[in-house]
Structures are given as C-alpha cells and as structure tokens.
Design a protein around this ligand. Structure first.
Ligand code: MG
Length: 158
C-alpha cells in the first residue's frame, strides 16, 4: 500500500474546502494535536475557532485523536460543540467505526485530516475515507529534529 494522501495542504487553513463539498464530503474528521491545536497547548487558537465556525455551516465536524490524557481531552472538548473521539488508537479503526456507525455517519462522505502519515493517513486508508495530509499547525516553531522526523515519516511507504 502506498501511503499517499488524496490531498496535501500546508495547514488546515489552506485546505480547499469548497472542492471537498463539491466532491460530496459531508464529514470532516480532524486529528487534534499539531493538526488543529498547537501540540501540548491545550487551547484552540481564535483562528482555528473561526475556521470551525465557518466549516460547521457546511460540514459535520469530529475530532479523532490518539491523545490518551483524559484531562487534556476534556479541556479540548470543552471549547467546542462537536464530538471528540479519544483515545482513538489510530491507525486502528474500531473505536472510530463504532462511533460512526452509532451516529449513522457514512464513511464514504468523510475526509480524515491529519499531520501523521503512519497514524492519520493510514487510518483513513484502512477506514476507506478520503485523506488530507497537512503540516503541523505550528510548523514555524518546531525544532529541526522534529522537522527532520516529519520529513522522514513522509518518505516511508508501506
Ligand atoms: Mg497529530
């Protein structure tokens, strides 16, 4: 399997959401850390909150995170009014699939957006939805070693 996302964008702010809508996408699942929230910050920026507000007009939003810290997740969930699935154990799909089925959400109408090929993108591939790979939301602040690790992960095909 070649681990190539359907689309790539610099960050969640550069995704072409109009095109997703035209393609029949109705559900956007975002990874949390580094995708829509600066890693370990515990808070969505005002820019991210505005993005969510705009997207909610056209899409059903969900956050699917591997973060297993219940306090951190509760704090993130408390800032938004849509579901947070965590810990989701990506790339495994059981936890998320159960949620999608219970809520009658169609996997074919969903896109998974994340910053990690080996968890987020692989998860989307296994689940059978569209995928978008983004760089970290705070890429300007990342250390060189983290940048290198990101680059290496992006050239791994499995
Ligand atoms: Mg992430």
């Amino acid at each position: 399997m070649i681990l190539k996302a359907d689309y790539e964008a610099k960050t969640v702010f550069e995704i072409n959401y109009d095109r997703l809508k035209e393609e029949g996408i109705k559900i956007i699942a975002f990874d949390l850390d580094s995708t829509v929230m600066k890693s370990k910050s515990g808070e969505f920026s005002s820019e991210t909150m505005s993005l969510f507000e705009n997207l909610k007009k056209d899409f059903y939003l969900i956050i699917i995170s591997n973060n297993s810290n219940p306090d951190y997740i509760a704090k993130a969930a408390g800032q938004i009014d849509f579901p947070v699935i965590a810990p989701a154990k990506k790339p495994f799909t059981k936890v998320s699939k159960d949620f999608l089925q219970t809520n009658n959400l169609n996997i074919k109408e969903m896109v998974m957006v994340g910053d990690r090929p080996l968890t987020d993108i692989l998860f989307g591939k296994i689940l059978g939805c569209k995928t978008i790979l983004v760089d970290s939301i705070s890429w300007q602040e990342e250390k060189p070693v983290v940048r290198l690790a990101r680059r290496l992960e992006r050239i791994v095909n499995i």
